[in-house]
Design a protein around this ligand. Structure first.
Ligand SMILES: *Cc1c(COP(=O)(O)O)cnc(C)c1O
Length: 369
C-alpha cells in the first residue's frame, strides 16, 4: 500500500457493539456520531449503526447533522450543541431535531420555524446536576414560554446528561435521575408529554439500567471502548470490540549506540546498542506529544516502545538489538494486536475518547468488513 499511515475501521465491530447493547435493553438506540464519529468517520459509522439496530443519530454540531443528511440519511437526527445565531432555518429545512436549553434559543428556533411554515421538532435539555448544558434557573420561565408557543413547535423529547455514570458505586447518577423525574412531572402537569426521554450515555447504559428510559445515547461503547477502564474495567468485560486500528510506515531504521540521546531535548538516553525505527506519524496527526515509553508500536510480533519526544510528523521507537523490521514496513500503533488504545491513553495521561477523536483528518480512513 502507498499510504504512509492510515486508520483502519472495522465496521463489523461497530455493528457487533450496537447489536450487543441493543440485545441488553428495551430502549431505542441513538448512535452518537459527533466529532467525525469519534474519529472513525461519520457517514460509514452512521450507516453501519443504523443497519445494526440504532434508529436515531446524535451529533453535537449542526454541520455534522447536515453532513449526514447530505449523505442521504433520512433517519431522525438530534443536534444538541447549537449556540444562538446558528442557521436554524437550514436545520429545519434538513428536518433535524434541535436541543433547546434556554428561553432565548426556544424563541430563535420558533422564529425560524415560522419563517418556513414548519413546526420545529425539539428536545428540551434539563440540567440535573452536571452544571454544563441544560435548563436550570430558567426552568419555570421556560415552561410558561413553551406553553405559550405550544402550537408552534413539536416537543419530541426531554433529556439530560450524567456527570458520573462511569462510577458504578456512586449515588450521583441515581440522584440526577430523581431530579430528572421532577422536571418530567412539571412538564406533564403542564400538559406537555414528550414522546422520548433520554438520559443515558454509554456508562449509564452499562451501569444503570433504571436510567435507560426509552432511548439510550451510545458513544464510546459503540466504538468498542470502555467509558472508564479504571472504574469499569476494559471493554472486553462487556463483550465490546474496539473498531479502530492505527497503522503507520517505518520511514527509516538505524543502528544507534548506547548512550545516544534521542529526539528533541535529548530526553531519552539509550541504555544499550539498538535499532531505532522512525514512524511517520506525529503530533500533527494526533499522536499526543506527551506520550511516554509505556506506549509504542507492534511490529512482527514484538512491542517496540517510544523513545524520546513525539515530533510533529514522526516519532522514534526502539526495535531492539536484533530486528527483522525493514524500512517501508507498517507498524500497528494501536489496535487489536500490540498496544491497546487504553494503553496509549494511559501513556499520554488521557482517556481513550481523546486518543481516537484527535487522529487528524490527514490520516486516511480505510473501512473493512
Ligand atoms: C458525547 C455524548 C454522548 C455519548 O457519550 P459516551 O460516553 O461516549 O457514550 C451522549 N450524550 C451526549 C449529550 C453527548 O454529548
Amino acid at each position: 500500500m502507498s499510504h504512509r499511515a492510515y486508520v483502519e475501521v472495522d465496521l463489523a465491530a461497530i455493528a457487533h457493539n450496537v447489536s450487543t447493547i441493543k440485545a441488553s435493553t428495551d430502549a431505542k438506540i441513538l448512535a452518537v456520531v459527533k466529532a467525525d464519529a469519534y474519529g472513525h468517520g461519520i457517514v460509514p459509522v452512521a450507516q453501519t449503526a443504523l443497519s445494526s439496530g440504532a434508529t436515531w443519530l446524535g451529533v453535537a454540531l449542526l454541520e455534522e447533522a447536515i453532513t449526514l443528511r447530505k449523505a442521504g440519511i433520512s433517519d431522525p437526527i438530534i443536534s444538541w450543541l447549537t449556540p444562538p445565531g446558528d442557521d436554524f432555518v437550514a436545520a429545519l429545512r434538513h428536518d433535524i431535531d434541535l436541543s433547546v436549553s434556554s428561553v432565548g434559543l426556544l424563541h430563535e428556533i420558533v422564529e425560524a420555524g415560522k419563517s418556513l411554515g414548519v413546526k420545529p421538532r425539539i428536545h428540551i435539555e434539563v440540567d440535573t446536576g452536571m452544571r454544563r448544558g441544560g435548563l436550570l434557573q430558567e426552568w419555570n420561565l421556560f415552561l410558561s414560554e413553551l406553553l405559550a408557543q405550544k402550537d408552534l413547535c413539536h416537543v419530541v423529547g426531554l433529556w439530560t446528561h450524567f456527570a458520573r455514570a462511569d462510577e458504578p458505586d456512586s449515588s450521583a447518577t441515581l440522584e440526577q435521575e430523581k431530579v430528572f423525574e421532577s422536571y418530567l412531572s412539571d412538564m406533564t402537569s403542564a400538559g406537555i408529554t414528550p414522546e422520548i426521554i433520554h438520559l443515558s450515555n454509554s456508562a449509564a447504559t452499562l451501569n444503570f439500567p433504571s436510567a435507560h428510559k426509552n432511548m439510550v445515547r451510545l458513544g464510546i461503547s459503540m466504538y468498542g471502548l470502555s467509558p472508564d477502564v479504571s472504574t469499569m474495567g476494559s471493554s472486553s468485560k462487556y463483550q465490546l470490540k474496539p473498531a479502530m486500528t492505527l497503522k503507520g510506515k517505518l520511514s527509516l531504521i538505524k543502528k544507534a549506540a548506547a548512550g545516544s540521546a534521542v529526539g528533541y531535548g535529548g530526553t531519552a538516553i539509550l541504555e544499550s546498542d539498538t535499532h531505532l525505527g522512525i514512524v511517520v506519524l506525529g503530533y500533527s496527526d494526533g499522536i499526543p506529544r506527551n506520550a511516554n515509553n509505556q506506549a509504542g508500536v507492534w511490529i512482527n510480533g514484538n512491542r517496540a516502545p517510544i523513545v524520546g519526544r513525539v515530533s510533529m510528523d514522526q516519532f522514534v521507537v526502539n526495535l531492539g538489538a536484533t530486528t527483522t523490521a525493514k524500512a517501508g514496513d507498517y507498524v500497528t500503533v494501536f489496535g487489536a494486536e500490540g498496544y491497546s488504545i487504553d494503553e496509549w491513553a494511559s501513556a499520554c495521561s488521557t482517556i481513550n475518547y481523546e486518543i481516537v477523536t484527535r487522529i487528524a483528518s490527514r490520516v486516511e480512513r480505510i473501512y473493512v468488513n
